[in-house]
Each structure stands twice: as structure tokens, then as C-alpha cells.
Design a protein around this ligand. Structure first.
Ligand SMILES: [Zn+2]
Length: 64
């Protein structure tokens, strides 16, 4: 039994599993998740720290 998963879904899984740690204050968000926005072949992940308000941003390019 195999389930097809798109590269995007695999990426999201990877980010969902990663620890959300604010680089500004060290706050570790165990409940939250990345806010995901896509534009073309780029996927941008954003996380707003509820403690200090800093915004973490990661950008990933999807391989063609
Ligand atoms: Zn913070």
C-alpha cells in the first residue's frame, strides 16, 4: 500500500515536524505551526512569535 504525496506535502510534513523556536527570544512554540504561502515555485513559511512578536521566515524553492 502506498500513498502518493506531492513534494509540497512532504515539505510541509518536514516543517510540521520541526521545532518552532524563535531566534530572537528563544520561545519554543510546541502548539503552533507555520503559516504557508506559495507563489509560483516558491513556498514561504512564516511564524510569528507570540512572545516577542518576531517573525521567522523560511523560503523553499520547489524543484521543477
Ligand atoms: Zn520571540
Amino acid at each position: 500500500m502506498s500513498v502518493y504525496r506531492s513534494p509540497f506535502e512532504r515539505l510541509r510534513q518536514k516543517f510540521d515536524d520541526a521545532d518552532l523556536e524563535c531566534r530572537s527570544c528563544g520561545y519554543l512554540d510546541l502548539e503552533g505551526g507555520w503559516r504557508v504561502t506559495t507563489s509560483g515555485s516558491r513556498v514561504q513559511y512564516q511564524f510569528a512569535c507570540p512572545s516577542c512578536g518576531a517573525v521567522e521566515t523560511r523560503e523553499v524553492r520547489l524543484a521543477p
